[in-house]
Design a protein around this ligand. Structure first.
Ligand SMILES: [Zn+2]
Length: 128
């Protein structure tokens, strides 16, 4: 857990796969720590969201980036603020805003899994 301000020694950190880093001790404020964790969570969530789209569109001949995300039932495009990882699904109560059809639970689940994975990777580095 973050303290108001803390330093972390690199002495007992071992990078995986024999990678070595030139690092120095550093100071992170609690605000910076939370900022980094939240950013990692959103970034991981976005990666998970993209991978879910790739999964859904594999073999359909559709592009992975375009066309924009839309509801498979009513075909209406998903508003950007409903497409925020995990939070969009929660806001909508797991249903399409336009037609009310269920949005599969795999979407928030994969987004959350990747958000946590990215945070875990971040926390296992000497920088957080
Ligand atoms: Zn719909």
């Amino acid at each position: 857990m973050p303290r108001m301000s803390y330093t972390r020694s690199m002495a007992n950190w071992h990078a995986p796969l024999g990678v070595s880093f030139q690092t120095t001790d550093h100071v992170l404020t609690s605000g910076m720590w939370w900022c980094a964790v939240i950013w990692l969570g959103f970034f991981g969530g976005a990666v998970g969201s993209f991978l879910t789209v790739v999964w859904d569109r594999l073999g359909t001949g559709e592009g992975f980036v375009l066309p924009r995300s839309r509801c498979p039932e009513c075909d209406r495009p998903i508003r950007w603020y409903h497409n925020v990882p995990v939070i969009g699904w929660l806001l909508l109560g797991g249903r399409c805003y336009d037609c009310g059809s269920r949005i599969p639970f795999k979407h928030p689940l994969i987004e959350l899994a990747f958000a946590l994975l990215f945070i875990a990777i971040g926390l296992s580095t000497p920088w957080l």
